[in-house]
Design a protein around this ligand. Structure first.
Ligand SMILES: *[C@@H]1O[C@H](CO)[C@@H](O)[C@H](O)[C@H]1NC(C)=O
Ligand SMILES: *[C@@H]1O[C@H](CO)[C@@H](O)[C@H](O)[C@H]1NC(C)=O
Ligand SMILES: *[C@@H]1O[C@H](CO)[C@@H](O)[C@H](O)[C@H]1NC(C)=O
Ligand SMILES: *[C@@H]1O[C@H](CO)[C@@H](O)[C@H](O)[C@H]1NC(C)=O
Ligand SMILES: *[C@@H]1O[C@H](CO)[C@@H](O)[C@H](O)[C@H]1NC(C)=O
Length: 365
């Protein structure tokens, strides 16, 4: 099954070879000489949209849940953020304006449910490490993860319905909705109201690249050609016994989430793969971790890593997980960006949860 992933990765590497990479040395003209988030253009499409890869960046944000994103809500959120940069912050300093004003819109479930509107101003680069805190409790500082987004640009003074029209046109052009996270999209406005010509607005459809900090886990592994339910159960209970008290401190350790599995294709012409299963050690025990008494379980420190993530529901079989990995890999476009020799699957629920959350991860190189 890993071979499927690898051969698919190889096919897309042929495509990736033809992708021009445009590194950004100075901000594009539409940023109006203001600090704006750094990105590279991964691919441009004949329909006029492009795929960009944004670096992680720090923003001040506020949010509102509403059925409709009215002009009043928009103005109210804008001024909350504006007062923060005007001096209502812990350092009482005037903070330079940046671009764009970025709004993440997360659709509510159902036709008449509230959506979440989260508006952001980027923190200027020279304040990203030492950022003044907001004094307004409705404001918070947040880091936008690395994201890849399909971006469509347009001019004029867009009203909310113009943004919605632009994002549905973008979705039509991309055609394949598995290429982005359908749960949310972004609106980006680069110009103040005083600008009458060459205005620049954007909509983004994309997905995030998650960053995990270094952390400590209890692990066990098995090398096998086929990972059976029996293998999975055996490994699960080995780790479960560790947290149940079979450890050097006879401690009962709280369960954590997710149950993480790493599948690593061995070198050489063998068909055997290494399967690792992990439970995370709770934060308050990461410094002083009991050792497993079972010799087949051990403690490992995982380094910080960036991962591409795809979430899905249900009770996936091993084949379902491979299918989700293929979808994820096909979204990533540039095959040189992820490790193709191993992948992760993450399960967040016990056997009796109905509304289930599962993930597959590909590690970013
Ligand atoms: C700043 O905060 C103070 C105290 O909350 C408030 O009185 C003032 O109007 C605020 N100024 C701005 C520009 O938001
Ligand atoms: C947009 O908002 C949703 C809901 O809060 C969140 O899950 C998602 O991560 C956000 N997108 C990005 C790229 O931050
Ligand atoms: C929305 O804003 C509140 C503060 O007003 C914050 O506590 C909450 O985490 C925010 N929600 C999201 C999804 O970021
Ligand atoms: C702990 O290990 C002992 C000895 O191997 C075994 O008899 C016992 O059942 C184990 N207990 C748990 C909770 O796994
Ligand atoms: C697999 O687990 C054994 C202990 O049972 C350990 O000695 C070995 O290093 C592990 N293999 C890998 C590749 O980490």
């Amino acid at each position: 099954m890993i071979q499927i992933l690898l051969s698919m990765a190889l096919t897309s590497s042929v495509i990736a070879a033809g992708i021009p990479k445009i590194e950004q040395d100075q901000p594009p003209a539409f940023c109006n000489k203001l600090d704006c988030p750094k990105f590279e253009t991964v691919q441009t499409f004949k329909e006029g949209y492009e795929l960009r890869r944004y670096q992680p960046s720090k923003w001040v944000a506020t949010n509102v849940s509403a059925i409709e994103f009215t002009r009043e809500i928009n103005t109210e959120m804008f001024y909350k953020l504006f007062y923060y940069i005007a001096g209502n912050n812990s350092k009482h300093m005037k903070i330079p304006m940046t671009a764009p004003v970025l709004t993440n819109i997360t659709h509510g479930a159902g036709p008449d449910c509230e959506s979440l509107f989260e508006m952001h101003f980027m923190i200027p680069f020279d304040l990203q490490d030492d950022t003044p805190s907001p004094t307004d409790p409705k404001l918070y500082i947040t880091t936008l993860p690395q994201i890849e987004a399909y971006v469509r640009s347009f001019g004029g003074f867009p009203q909310q319905n113009d943004y919605v029209k632009a994002v549905s046109e973008l979705a039509d052009e991309i055609k394949d909705s598995s290429k982005y996270n359908e749960a949310f999209y972004f609106e980006a406005g680069y110009d103040g109201p005083e600008r009458f010509t060459h205005r620049h607005n954007e909509v983004w459809l994309g997905y995030e690249i998650r960053r995990y900090e270094a952390s400590r886990w209890v692990a066990t592994n098995k090398t096998t050609m086929e990972y059976t339910d029996q293998d999975r159960r055996e490994m699960f209970f080995r780790l479960f016994h560790y947290i149940s008290g079979n450890n050097t401190q006879d401690l009962k350790i709280p369960m954590t989430s997710p149950v993480l599995t790493k599948v690593s294709h061995g070198p050489g012409p063998t068909c055997e793969s290494d399967f690792f299963m992990y439970f995370m050690i709770p934060f308050n025990m990461q410094a002083n971790t009991p050792k497993p008494t079972d010799s087949k379980a051990y403690i490992v420190d995982m380094p910080q890593m960036d991962v591409f993530v795809k979430s899905f529901g249900g009770r996936p079989s091993e084949d379902d997980k491979i299918h989700q990995l293929e979808l994820l890999a096909s979204e990533i476009v540039d095959v040189n960006q992820f490790e193709s020799s191993f992948f992760f699957t993450a399960g967040y629920d016990g056997p009796y949860t109905l509304n289930r959350h599962n993930e597959v991860w590909l590690a970013k190189i």
